[in-house]
Design a protein around this ligand. Structure first.
Ligand SMILES: Cc1ncc(COP(=O)(O)O)c(C=O)c1O
Length: 391
């Protein structure tokens, strides 16, 4: 059967693929330690689950009205942006989507015509390039120096901008590296973009998962110009352990939000109504679980990072946010007889029974990604297995 070219050219999500393989091996009874999944191992906090159950019992089971998000949820998103990001959006500048992924997709579909360029810093979240290509756009990749955790400098960013640049993708903290831009670094990038006819998509899905006192700044809060130029994206998935609920949201210039809402009204009709009631509770209710999960991730991240940098042939940018380590393991390739991150990850799965995601999926074949959204025992055991393979 003939499938559309845009689908045959599309890469499968590497993170979901590795997770599926590790799950299948586990189901066969094989003792696998998986560092592949990009999701908290915690359950959604009880008060959020209870709110959703009550919404179902109260009959909130019909189409969301309007498709762009029920009013209480949009109001809750405005409150979150004001409280935590210093961003003053009105409810009509906000859209609720079926997951953060959908928000990124809608934004790219709303903004990109064939041939338009999208600047994507490396390492990048797996889905950005594929979504840009689906819209007919051209991804333009750029990376800062390794010793700076690959962060872009204003000069580097400036060097790739052209008249065809339509979007700059900014992700801080980063998936896959956990590296986070400090406020002055965000301001430096915003200055370069001021006055240009382009949109910044600021993916801030890990904005509450910051470690070691790391400070950051929402891109849109960098200046008045940045506010008018930026679409801010977030999601309930990581902060509130709600990956399965598929709840994302966006705030930004009204024209972009309207265009995304129009697309959404034709594609999904919006996020499930009772889930949006739960999102309202997640954003405005008790926030203590957010902090206790953050503290647990911080401890686990320290352990994983400290052990990884002790392994011979391994270097790693220090994660100050999100829940990933992204070590450069290319110093072990010759010794192990592998030619890249896919072969490295395969060897690790076959020999050490540890699942990691090959860095090539994030644009860097010298690296692999390990998630520390798993318990300390698994982290210790998994790293001991990796250490054994590397020595
Ligand atoms: C950087 C980044 N953006 C967006 C998403 C999408 O998350 P979700 O669709 O679960 O909200 C993810 C998930 O892994 C991510 O890491």
């Amino acid at each position: 059967m003939k499938l559309a070219q845009r689908v045959t050219e599309l890469a499968e999500s590497a993170t979901l693929a590795v997770t599926a393989k590790a799950t299948a091996l586990k189901a066969e009874g094989i003792d696998i330690i998986s560092f592949a999944a990009g999701e908290p191992d915690f359950d959604t906090p009880a008060h959020i689950r209870r709110t959703c159950a009550a919404a179902l019992d109260a009959g909130q089971t019909r189409y969301p009205k309007p498709a762009s998000g029920i009013p209480p949820a949009r109001q809750a998103v405005c409150e979150k942006f004001a409280r935590e990001n210093d961003l003053k959006y009105e409810p009509n500048q906000v859209l609720i989507t079926s997951g953060g992924k959908m928000a990124v997709y809608l934004a790219i579909q709303a903004l990109i015509d064939p041939g338009d360029e999208v600047v994507i810093p490396k390492p990048y979240w797996v889905s950005y390039p594929e979504m840009v290509k689906l819209a007919g756009g051209a991804p333009v990749f750029i990376a800062g120096p390794e010793q700076e955790g690959y962060k872009l400098t204003p000069d580097l960013l400036s060097s790739v901008l052209t008249d065809r640049t339509r979007i700059f993708m900014h992700t801080s903290p980063s998936n896959p590296s956990g590296v986070t831009y400090a406020p002055n670094e965000v301001r430096g990038l915003a200055e370069v973009l001021a006055g240009r006819d382009l949109v910044v998509i600021s993916d801030e899905i890990y904005d509450r998962l910051l470690y070691d006192g790391q400070e950051t700044l929402s891109f849109a809060a960098a200046s008045d110009h940045a506010f008018r130029q930026t679409l801010t994206l977030n999601s309930a998935s990581k902060t509130h352990a709600m990956t399965g609920w598929r709840l994302g949201y966006a705030g930004g210039p009204i024209d972009i939000i309207k265009a995304m809402a129009k697309l959404q009204s034709q594609m999904t009709s919006g996020a499930a109504t009772f889930n949006q009631v739960a999102l309202t509770e997640a954003l405005t209710g008790d926030q203590s679980a957010v902090e206790s999960m953050r503290v647990a991730f911080e401890d686990r991240g320290h352990r994983m990072y400290e052990r990884l940098i002790g392994f011979s042939g391994v270097r790693c940018p220090k994660p100050t946010g999100a829940f990933y380590c992204f070590p450069n393991v290319s110093g072990t390739y010759e010794r192990l007889g592998v030619d890249g991150s896919v072969a490295f990850a395969k060897l690790l799965l076959d020999k050490a029974r540890v699942a990691v995601v090959p860095g090539v999926a994030f644009g860097m074949d010298e690296h692999v990604r390990l998630s520390f959204a798993t318990n300390m025992e698994q982290i210790d055991e998994g790293l001991s297995r990796i250490e054994k393979m590397l020595t």
